[in-house]
Design a protein around this ligand. Structure first.
Ligand SMILES: Cc1cc2nc3c(=O)[nH]c(=O)nc-3n(C[C@H](O)[C@H](O)[C@H](O)COP(=O)(O)OP(=O)(O)OC[C@H]3O[C@@H](n4cnc5c(N)ncnc54)[C@H](O)[C@@H]3O)c2cc1C
Length: 394
């Protein structure tokens, strides 16, 4: 191939793919629509599976330097604060899964990947390059950007997130599916945390139609809060006072600690929550999708970015093993990734239902979760946290 590989989107998936491809000898051009690569972000949790992929691009040590490893992930009852279940993420977890469970600021993670991309002469990074459409022409594919520029490549990887324009043109299967929930995310200095919470752990408070997740970042100096609730008619007006009223209504029966956490939220921006039904094919011709563009998921398993990173490394390996035969490479990549990512999507939907259950269903889920031993918990997570088999070459 004389033309570079084009990647639309410089998020975690796009940059991982760029790095993995460049390290295997490919020239890559990354087109990012935002004025800067990786400028915004909140906290992110990573299961140990991500390290199988990060090891393959030599990024594990740099990521670990920026990360923290919580001693435990707790699920708490949103009314009483009682512990429902826990995933111990200390020494026994490390012994079982060989890698840690980590929490990290997304900006720090992005910068590890971005710095590595900048050091690699095979990678060209273009910001302010919002791609509007692509066209296949013989042995190449070209893209146009909003500001009228054109870029040409041998193949095109659509890593442009949940609202992917590449997917819209490639598959034409409509918008992602909103699930009726809205979320607010906030980071505050740890010194300003007034709520009576355990600060060193990852905690999820689950209630009927609402939840809150919190955990520390940057070695205990920052505190990350995500509050999610089922949307009601209260929210039609889009201003802070209306959002506050809606939150107070949704969390009216919540534990006082949850209410104290709500008081710390930045209500300027909120996000609709959604995913897509899994599909089997992510490519046509010279164009292929990865990450949220291919398989967006609810955040209940905290795996969307892990999956995007696994995709990036897997696709690079498939391209290399197929020596540039893109049809073979894309098929092998889908075979390796479709069922695993679909399982993440579907199990995340199930966990979403569990977190937000009401009435007797809630009692049943709480009892079943409470009965699980540490060995049971590790057994349930094995399919995910043990990673996946990269496809063999020729
Ligand atoms: C509240 C919340 C919490 C989450 N927590 C976790 C977690 O703890 N762990 C985890 O693993 N995952 C988590 N996720 C999921 C994770 O954020 C996503 O799965 C991940 O960011 C997907 O990466 P991506 O590279 O595919 O897409 P994105 O990160 O969305 O990146 C896409 C990039 O493409 C660019 N772009 C878009 N359109 C164009 C275009 N037309 N032209 C050029 N560039 C374009 C965007 O600017 C962006 O930089 C969470 C998600 C949410 C909403």
């Amino acid at each position: 191939m004389n033309e570079p590989i084009l990647i639309v989107g410089g998020g975690l998936g796009g940059l991982t793919a760029a790095l993995a491809l460049a390290q295997r000898g490919w020239a890559v051009q990354v087109l990012e629509g935002a004025p800067e690569f990786g400028a915004i972000g909140y906290g992110i949790q990573f299961g140990p599976n991500v390290f199988h992929a990060l090891d393959r691009i030599g990024a594990s040590a740099a990521v670990l330097e920026q990360a923290d490893a919580p001693p435990v992930v707790l699920m708490l009852d949103a009314f009483t604060g009682r512990e429902v279940t826990r995933v111990p993420t200390g020494p026994s977890f490390r012994a079982r899964f060989k890698h840690p469970y980590i929490i990290i600021h997304r900006v720090d993670l992005h910068h590890v990947l971005l710095d590595a991309c900048r050091r690699d002469p095979r990678i060209t990074l273009e910001s302010n390059a919002m791609v509007t459409r692509f066209a296949e022409e013989g042995d190449t594919v070209s893209v146009a950007t909003e500001d009228g520029r054109m870029f040409r490549g041998a193949v095109l990887i659509g890593a442009d997130g949940i609202r992917s324009r590449t997917r819209a043109q490639l598959l034409g299967d409509g918008d992602p599916l909103p699930n009726g929930f809205m979320g607010f995310r906030t980071i505050v200095p740890m010194a300003e945390v007034t709520a009576d919470v355990r600060r060193e752990v990852v905690a999820l408070w689950g209630g009927p139609g609402f939840h809150i997740v919190h955990y520390p970042l940057r070695h205990g100096t920052l505190f990350n809060i995500v509050a999610v609730f089922r949307r009601t008619a209260h929210s039609e007006r889009g201003d802070v006072a209306a959002y506050r009223a809606e939150l107070e209504h949704a969390y009216r029966d919540a534990h006082p600690t949850m209410k104290a956490l709500l008081g710390m939220l930045d209500l300027a921006r909120r996000q609709a929550v959604g995913d897509r039904d899994p599909v089997r094919q992510w490519h046509k011709g010279r164009v292929v999708l990865l990450g949220d563009a291919a398989h967006p998921t609810l955040q209940s398993l905290a795996q969307g970015a892990c999956m995007a990173i696994e995709d990036g490394v897997c696709l690079a390996d498939c391209m290399t093993a197929a020596r540039g035969n893109h049809e073979t490479a894309f098929r092998r990549y889908e075979q390796a990734r479709v069922v695993r990512t679909a399982r993440v999507t579907l199990e995340s939907r199930h966990m979403w239902e569990v977190y937000h259950a009401d009435g007797i269903a809630r009692d049943v889920y709480w009892q079943a979760l409470g009965e699980r031993s540490e060995a049971d918990v590790f057994q349930c997570l094995g399919w995910l946290y043990d990673g996946f088999a990269m496809p063999a070459g020729d």
